[in-house]
Design a protein around this ligand. Structure first.
Ligand code: ITT
Length: 207
């Protein structure tokens, strides 16, 4: 089946996470698409009851598209740690608690790794992006970036778990990279991060 393309020039970015919003705005910028956020429109945050990144991305995108009457792009993402059976995965935001304390979430990952007795420090980030239209149609893509976890965390750029994630083939964590290095897309290139990779697939399909 052929994918549906975006025909207008305005979408809602269905996230309340400022770090993600900044990255998605950077990724959308070359496409000259006006992006209003769910936060700016004061849309309610739906409960993330899905069991996969894709299901949660679709649920958030559909809720925002229905409430706003505009196409809505949602991102559901997280860090999957090999030795922890893929945790925190879809629960990555919840590991930071109500107060969104990612220093604590990273410490928790490191402690669980210690308790696992494994010396396997491999992990990957996943991002599912879903564009939903008010009529209920959805297009969903996924991007991943693989790497290892470092301790202590390094760098204060990016957001979330970035300071403990060292992408394969790099010697700096995402927390030590500029936005351009983490997710920038140069013409003809696919960015490094899971979100940039998902966005490349999304652009090819829908833009
Ligand atoms: P929305 O649902 O409103 O978009 P959220 O923060 O709750 O915001 P998720 O449920 O998708 O979003 O949780 C994803 C979590 O995974 C996020 O809070 C980060 O902690 C982590 N994460 C995702 N992408 C990341 C990235 O690029 N760098 C670091 N951490 C990331």
């Amino acid at each position: 089946m052929t994918a549906r393309r975006l025909d207008g020039d305005k979408i809602v970015v269905a996230t309340h996470n400022k770090g993600k919003l900044a990255e998605i705005r950077d990724l959308l910028a070359p496409w000259r698409i006006e992006a209003v956020s769910a936060g700016e429109l004061e849309l309610p945050e739906p409960e993330e009851t899905g069991e996969t990144f894709e299901a949660n991305a679709a649920l958030k995108a559909l809720a925002a598209a229905t409430a706003s009457g505009l196409p809505a792009l949602a991102d559901d993402s997280g860090l999957c740690v090999a030795a922890l059976g893929g945790q925190p995965g879809i629960y990555s935001a919840r590991w930071a608690g109500e107060d969104k304390d990612f220093a604590r979430a990273m410490r928790n990952v490191e402690e669980q790794l210690g308790q696992s007795g494994s010396d396997d420090r491999r992990a990957h980030f996943v991002a599912a992006l879903c564009l939903a239209w008010p009529d209920g149609h959805t297009e969903t893509v996924r991007g991943e970036v693989h790497g290892t976890l470092v301790w202590p965390p390094r760098g204060d750029l990016g957001f979330g778990y970035d300071p403990m994630f060292l992408p394969e083939g790099e010697n700096r964590t995402f927390g030590e990279m500029t936005a351009e290095e983490k997710h920038g897309l140069r013409p003809g290139e696919t960015g490094l991060s899971h979100r940039a990779r998902a966005f490349s697939a999304f652009a090819a399909r829908c833009l």
